[in-house]
Design a protein around this ligand. Structure first.
Ligand SMILES: Cc1cc2nc3c(=O)[nH]c(=O)nc-3n(C[C@H](O)[C@H](O)[C@H](O)COP(=O)(O)OP(=O)(O)OC[C@H]3O[C@@H](n4cnc5c(N)ncnc54)[C@H](O)[C@@H]3O)c2cc1C
Length: 458
C-alpha cells in the first residue's frame, strides 16, 4: 500500500487555532456542551503549550468523530483535541495482514483501502464513521464478538502521547500495562497517535446472510446457540414493545464472509445515501408510532431468507441514512446498552426486557446479541461473557431517566454492566459497581485529561 506518510507528523509544531464551539455534541444529541476545540497538528514534545498556555486550568480530551452516544467523548467547558488530521496510512504487510495507521482515520477510509486488497477489519461496530482511536478507546465490539472478541484483541501495538510530551510505544511485548489501560481507556490515558492492527483475510466484499424471524426471546436464545459456531456474525433486532407470549420477538441476522472467488464478479448495487431532513417533531415520538414501527418491521421480514449482500448494508445499515439521529427530535435520545449473565432462559435479560416493555417508554431500535467468552484486554473494557441489549430511547426528561435508573438497579443486581460509550446518565454508584477495576486504571490516567463522563461518574 502506498503510504501517505511513513511516520506520524513527528516534529512539526502543534498549530492550534482553538475556538469555542457551542454545538459540540455526540450522536445522542444529549447533553449539549460547549468546548474549546483544537484541531491537532503534531509535534512530539511540549504538548502542554497551545491552548493550555491561555487556559492552564482546562483539561484535554481527544475527539474522534463523536459517534459515541453520550458524554464520554465530550469535555464541557474544557478542551477537545480533534484528531481528523491524523489520517495517514503508514504500512500494510500483505503477507501477514498487519496494518499500521494513524488514529484519526475512520473505519470507512480503512475499509476502502484494504477490502480491494483482500483484507477486512477484525471487528467493526454498527457504523463505519468511527475512528481507529475511538474504536480502541472504547474497545468496541461487533457482530462477531462470540468468535473474535473486541477490537482491542487485535491491536498489536500503539503509540501514546501524554500531556507532558512523552511518547510511549505500547505493545504485547513492552508497556503492556499501558496498552491494557489505553484499550477501553475512554481517551483518558493520552492521545493514540497510531496503531498496528491484525487484519482478517477475505476473498471478496460479499457476505452470505440469513434472516430468520423469532417469535419470542426463548427462540432468540435457540437461534443464537445454534448459530454461534456456524456463523461468524450474529445479531438480533427486537420488537421491544411486544409482551406476553410474544415478549422479545424479533429478527435474527447471521452471516459469513463469502469464500468463493466468483462472488467478486458480482456487481455492487449502487447504494443511495438518504438524509434525514430535519429534527422529527416530538408528537411523532410516541408509544403508538413506535409500536406501529416495531410491528411493521417484524412482519415485513420473512420467516426465513438467504441472500448475498455487500458488506456495507450487512454491517452498517444505518449509515445509509445521514443524520438518522434527528429522528429523535431536538431533545436527543439515550442509548442504553447493558450486558448481563447469559444463563439461557433464566437470564436476567427477560426481566429487563419485560420491565422496559411495560414502562411506557419505547424504542425504534433494539438490538440483542450474545457475547462470547473471550476476555476483553482493556482494564475498563465493557464486553464480558453474557447477553447484551441495546435500546434507543427518546429523551423525555425525568420519566426516561427514572426508568433507565430502574434498569440500572437490575443490571447492578445481577453483576452486569452498562456501556460508557453509550451513556449520558449513569450514577457514580452504578459506575462503581459496573467497573470495580477503576482504582487499577487511575495510575494510567493522564493528569491533564478528563471528560464530561469522567467528572460525572467519579
Ligand atoms: C450507528 C452507531 C452504531 C454503533 N455500533 C456500535 C457497536 O456495534 N459496537 C460498539 O462497541 N460501539 C458501537 N457504536 C459506538 C461507537 O463505535 C463508539 O462510541 C466509538 O468509540 C466512536 O468512535 P469515534 O471515533 O466517533 O470517537 P468519539 O466518539 O469521538 O470518542 C470516543 C472515545 O474515544 C476517545 N478517542 C478518540 N480518538 C482518540 C485518540 N486518537 N486517542 C485516544 N483516545 C481517543 C475519545 O476521547 C472518547 O473517549 C456505534 C455508534 C453509532 C453511532
Amino acid at each position: 500500500m502506498e503510504s501517505k506518510h511513513k511516520e506520524p507528523l513527528g516534529q512539526s509544531p502543534i498549530s492550534v487555532s482553538p475556538l469555542w464551539d457551542e454545538s459540540r455534541q455526540s450522536w445522542g444529541m444529549y447533553p449539549k456542551t460547549t468546548s474549546l476545540v483544537s484541531p491537532l497538528h503534531w509535534r512530539g514534545q511540549e504538548f502542554s503549550e497551545s491552548s493550555q498556555d491561555k487556559h492552564p486550568s482546562l483539561s484535554y480530551l481527544p475527539f474522534g468523530r463523536g459517534r459515541s452516544y453520550g458524554d464520554s467523548c465530550l469535555n464541557d467547558k474544557n478542551i477537545l483535541l480533534g484528531t481528523e488530521k491524523l489520517n495517514h496510512f503508514i504500512e500494510l504487510n500483505n503477507e501477514t495482514g498487519m496494518l499500521k495507521v494513524e488514529a484519526g482515520l475512520t473505519l470507512k477510509e480503512v475499509l476502502e483501502e484494504i477490502v480491494p486488497r483482500g483484507w477486512f477489519l477484525p471487528v467493526v461496530p454498527g457504523t463505519q464513521f468511527v475512528t481507529i482511536g475511538g474504536a480502541i478507546a472504547n474497545d468496541i465490539h461487533g457482530k462477531n464478538h462470540h468468535v473474535a472478541g473486541t477490537f482491542g484483541c487485535h491491536v498489536k501495538s500503539l503509540e501514546l502521547l501524554r500531556s507532558d510530551g512523552t511518547r510511549r510505544v505500547c505493545s504485547q511485548e513492552e508497556n503492556t500495562d499501558w496498552l491494557q489501560a489505553t484499550i477501553g481507556g475512554l481517551g483518558l490515558t493520552g492521545i493514540i497517535l497510531w496503531a498496528e492492527i491484525k487484519l482478517k483475510k477475505i476473498v471478496c466484499p460479499w457476505i452470505s446472510r440469513e434472516t430468520l424471524r423469532f417469535h419470542n426471546l426463548k427462540k432468540f436464545f435457540e437461534y443464537s446457540e445454534d448459530s454461534d459456531n456456524k456463523f461468524e456474525y450474529t445479531v438480533g433486532w427486537m420488537d421491544c414493545l411486544s409482551q406476553g407470549d410474544d415478549l422479545g420477538r424479533g429478527v435474527f441476522f447471521r452471516g459469513n464472509h463469502l469464500l468463493v472467488k466468483e462472488a467478486a464478479e458480482l456487481k455492487v448495487k449502487q447504494e443511495r445515501i438518504k438524509t434525514f431532513p430535519f429534527h422529527a417533531p416530538e408528537f411523532l415520538l410516541n408509544r403508538l408510532s413506535m409500536k406501529a414501527f416495531n410491528t411493521l418491521y417484524y412482519h415485513t421480514h420473512p420467516s426465513k431468507k438467504s441472500e448475498i449482500v455487500h458488506y456495507r448494508p450487512f454491517f452498517f445499515p444505518l449509515d445509509g441514512i445521514n443524520h438518522w439521529n434527528r429522528l429523535y427530535g431536538k431533545r436527543g435520545f439515550f442509548q442504553y446498552q447493558c450486558v448481563v449473565p447469559y444463563e439461557g432462559s433464566k437470564s436476567p435479560i427477560f426481566d429487563i426486557i419485560e420491565t422496559f416493555a411495560k414502562s411506557g417508554l419505547g424504542s425504534f431500535l433494539t438490538v440483542i446479541k450474545t457475547f462470547g467468552n473471550s476476555i476483553s484486554p482493556g482494564i475498563l473494557s465493557f464486553p464480558k461473557p453474557g447477553v447484551t441489549l441495546t435500546l434507543d430511547v427518546p429523551n423525555e426528561g425525568q420519566k426516561t431517566l427514572r426508568i433507565l435508573e430502574i434498569l440500572d438497579e437490575k443490571v447492578v443486581k445481577c453483576g452486569g454492566r452498562v456501556y460508557p460509550a453509550k451513556d449520558a446518565r449513569m450514577s457514580k454508584e452504578s459506575f462503581k459497581h459496573y467497573f470495580p477495576e477503576r482504582p487499577a486504571f487511575e495510575k494510567y490516567k493522564d493528569p491533564k485529561f478528563s471528560s464530561s463522563f469522567w467528572r460525572r461518574v467519579t
